[in-house]
Write a protein that binds this ligand. Sequence first.
Ligand SMILES: Cc1ncc(COP(=O)(O)O)c(C=O)c1O
Ligand SMILES: [Zn+2]
Length: 392
Amino acid sequence: MFSYIDHLECTQCGKTYPHDELSKISPCCSKVLFARYNLDQLKADKTREDWTDRPSNMWRFAELMPVVNPENILTLGEGGTPLLEAKQLGSKLGMSKLLIKEEGLNPTGTFKARGISAAVSKAYELGVTGFTMPSAGNAAGAAAAYGARAGLPVKVFMPQDAPSANKKESFMSGSELNLVDGLISDAGRIAVTVAEEQNLFDLSTLKEPYRAEGKKTMGLEIAMQLGWKMPDTIIYPTGGGTGIIGMYKGFQELLELGWVSGTPPKFIAVQASGCQPIVKAFNEGKDNAEPWPNATTIADGLRVPGPFADYLILKAIRETGGTALAVEDSDMINAMYELATEEGIIACPEGAATLVGLKELLESGFISRDETVVLLNTGSGYKYLDLIKESN
Ligand SMILES: Cc1ncc(COP(=O)(O)O)c(C=O)c1O
Ligand SMILES: [Zn+2]
């Protein structure tokens, strides 16, 4: 058997739905649908070692991925990114093990490739003939690329002031680029309307079940790269939260399979001070986030004022004993320089934000220096060179 997918499940009430029909949000509660797998059968049939000898990309985890027929996989080689030890930075901070998951090496330069490859492949398998994609920028670039790979049209909707690289990559891959006078939330509303009018499939994150499945593979890879152990802490730059939600789901599946032991890592959500709905909701002990007014930050991926899956992000943080904090834009830029000078990593501002968050939490004592900490660099800094000077 290739995929062990069994059904979809409403994350609010647990009602189940078939996985072989096109699905968006749950009809029962209008909440996120999760893919569920036959883990007992998988455990009986295979071991985690079955994954190790395969090509190093995210489809090595095919059993825990939604695509049923391997011929429907649309891949550009996403996943299989390195988990780099940051020795110099770690020792500067007095830490025993600081690791960086370098997602900048993905196709289209960000971790968005994982989620989009999974979602576009599954939609292709179910007969979709075109897509809409609202995005802060990077997801649009990825959707355009995977749409091109599928030979299917993509209409992307992104804020007018999204990074130039995102506009160019979308245009270059042949998608229809629509610039919106507003934020990703405004782009999202337009994309849904256009999808309904023109019979296209909307790829908004967590409003279809499979982008999270692609992002989940970051967690599966991290565990595999640590010799089937989970780190103590993962610091993640949180916009829509798909990465945190996906990785937490992935670790829970590994635990249920008995292929890792222990407790999942503490998830730490880093947001920008100019857009921190999750931080506010976390600090106030709420289960849902209020939309953040007048969201502004240079980290476009963090400019998500009202994440649809707020309740799942907050659940992942709380259940794992993590926390949420906001950092300043100027500190993110300084951290971009620091990651490059100390470790040779050209990080995106979102990824650099995790280093700022780490320093604050070391100082406050929330993270201790002997923990194994993974920073998620979600994308390549090569898309953001406008933020960087040529010389002093
Ligand atoms: C580079 C980068 N990092 C982080 C994020 C936030 O990702 P998530 O939606 O998984 O929270 C985005 C989203 O646009 C992004 O482009
Ligand atoms: Zn429900």
